[in-house]
Ligand binder design. Sequence first.
Ligand SMILES: NC(=O)c1ccc[n+]([C@@H]2O[C@H](COP(=O)([O-])OP(=O)(O)OC[C@H]3O[C@@H](n4cnc5c(N)ncnc54)[C@H](OP(=O)(O)O)[C@@H]3O)[C@@H](O)[C@H]2O)c1
Length: 246
Amino acid sequence: MKIFLTGGSRGIGLKTMMMALEKGNDVAFTYNNPETDVEAIYKEAGRVAPQQKCKGYLLNIRKNEDVVAVVDQVLEDFDTIDTVINNAGINKNNLAFSMTDDEWLDVIDTNLNGTFYVIRAFLPEFLANRKGRFVTISSIAKDGISGQANYSASKAGLLGLSGAIAKEYGQKGITSNVVVPGMFETDMTKESLSNSLKDFWILHCPIKRMGKLEELAEVILFLGSDAASFVNGQAISVTGGLDWAE
Ligand SMILES: NC(=O)c1ccc[n+]([C@@H]2O[C@H](COP(=O)([O-])OP(=O)(O)OC[C@H]3O[C@@H](n4cnc5c(N)ncnc54)[C@H](OP(=O)(O)O)[C@@H]3O)[C@@H](O)[C@H]2O)c1
């Protein structure tokens, strides 16, 4: 299959991409930071799956015109795309009473608006193919986490967005599902989560640990595969059994 994945430079996106390549898929990925060492990513991709195609595109998903241009280029380079994984996301944590407009808007623009731009840009291709899979990464913050009003709102919004796409386009062969991760060790959680929240997680999670990236990537790639052809409009939690945080 041919997969397009946003935010493939680090963390969950990078792991998902490498596993997708290992499983025999071609991957077009995006990164936002122009300083990203794309050559190092290509080198690792060539090591894990020398026969698969892997190409990176610089893209800030907050800019619709840039999304449209990159999607056009990807479709030219890859001929088509079967699966879109909406993974790119940020957080800017603050208590609601002191949250600035910029903190609110940056997170909503990236996580929710950017994801909408990507989905909208791929719909014509999916409709023409009468086939396509959207897999969108939400978070347990969808139900609200203290200090994350912006992030929680964006991640809840993704459920509505994905559900609407599932209903509008299911009969055209297009599925749309959400993955709801619990806590995984990446730059995002290293930089912004307090030790007390990590301790809370390990104490209350029935599996008593944070998740491993490969445990999440397996579910993302299943939903993006042909094997998931009758799964549509769902949100699948990968949380070890703890579906909320304070
Ligand atoms: N880690 C967890 O425990 C956890 C839990 C629940 C949900 N999630 C969600 O999983 C996804 C990946 O998280 P992560 O932990 O892997 O985060 P991460 O390590 O911080 O990586 C974030 C990725 O998003 C990209 N990105 C950020 N802003 C962007 C923009 N404006 N346009 C395009 N790409 C942008 C980054 O690109 P650059 O490298 O170029 O900056 C990077 O590739 C996010 O949606 C996050 O909300 C994570």
